[in-house]
Design a protein around this ligand. Structure first.
Ligand SMILES: C[S@@+](CC[C@H](N)C(=O)[O-])C[C@H]1O[C@@H](n2cnc3c(N)ncnc32)[C@H](O)[C@@H]1O
Length: 265
């Protein structure tokens, strides 16, 4: 007759009991953390779906969003971003828009100029000529819509290589912007990405009434850029209010006190 495999030894030693209990507690902690992470992802997906519904409902009656087809996945803007951008354009009617990073957001900003506020201006900055060639034919044309191809310049920040659009201050001159969309150049993995906005504030290119939108505000690098932007505003004694929105990605909004109601849109 074969012997049964021996049961794990149960010992009364307090030291061994303590070690076993600690191991169990650690395993439970890890399982709980993994579950919390999944729950957060599900919650974000749910918020994203809700924003998708809000966007579809909101645009149904819109006279100016004639092309309502957006491809909101991968590197593009997500639904929480496009929804609030739509509401800001629709309700606040900015006069001078600066957009970093051509793409899905530009489908909306160009329609705003072409069909809602033809007196307003839009400057889009994009480093990739290929990307411009792919996208530009889809966009409405208007003399106030300028798609600018800008090279990238590189600098080191905290021992990492970062990039930003070159020659931006020369391009914009003394223009003042009341809406700045910060979603380019490509941001992931950098620790001070998309920092042109900080230069603009130091240079005095912000209108008295303003909205600045940062996409990918959940990332460490973008958080640094947001903090630098806030510091630049404080240095200029410009009062501001910050809030965030999120679905599967997070956006931070820095707005003048006069535009604080953007957080209720
Ligand atoms: C994060 S994307 C966002 C651009 C835009 N605001 C949007 O909503 O789609 C920033 C930059 O990534 C690049 N990009 C975006 N999608 C890409 C793709 N599928 N392949 C290659 N580059 C891409 C473009 O140069 C763009 O300016």
């Amino acid at each position: 007759m074969q012997n049964k495999p021996s049961e794990p030894k149960i010992t009364d030693s307090p030291e061994e009991k303590q070690v076993a209990l600690l191991k169990l507690a650690r395993e439970h902690g890890q399982r709980l953390a993994a579950m919390e992470e999944k729950l957060e992802l599900c919650y974000n997906e749910l918020k994203e779906l809700n924003y998708a519904h809000l966007l579809h409902d909101g645009m149904r009656e819109s006279s100016w969003v004639k092309n309502q087809t957006f491809d909101l996945h991968n590197w593009a803007a997500n639904y929480s971003f496009i929804y609030l951008l739509f509401r800001i354009l629709d309700k606040m009617e900015p006069q001078n828009i600066l957009e970093f990073g051509l793409g899905q957001t530009t489908k909306l900003t160009t329609q705003y100029i072409a069909h809602k506020n033809p007196k307003a201006y839009l400057n889009v900055c994009e480093h990739s000529l290929d990307w411009i060639q792919i996208y530009q034919p889809e966009l409405p044309k208007h003399e106030h819509i300028l798609i600018n191809h800008l090279d990238l310049e590189y600098f080191e920040y905290r021992r990492k290589k970062n990039d930003k659009y070159a020659g931006l201050l020369e391009l914009v001159g003394d223009q003042k912007f009341d809406l700045i969309i910060v979603d380019g150049p490509v941001g992931g993995g950098k620790n001070l990405p998309r920092s042109n906005v900080v230069d603009l504030i130091c240079h005095g290119n912000l209108s008295e009434n303003f909205v600045i939108i940062f996409d990918d505000a959940e990332r460490v690098g973008e958080k640094n850029t947001i903090r630098k932007t806030q510091a630049a505003l404080r240095k200029k004694s410009i009062a501001f209010h910050t809030f965030e929105r999120f679905g599967i990605k997070r956006q931070a909004y820095i707005v003048s006190k006069s535009r604080a109601f953007a957080s209720f849109l």
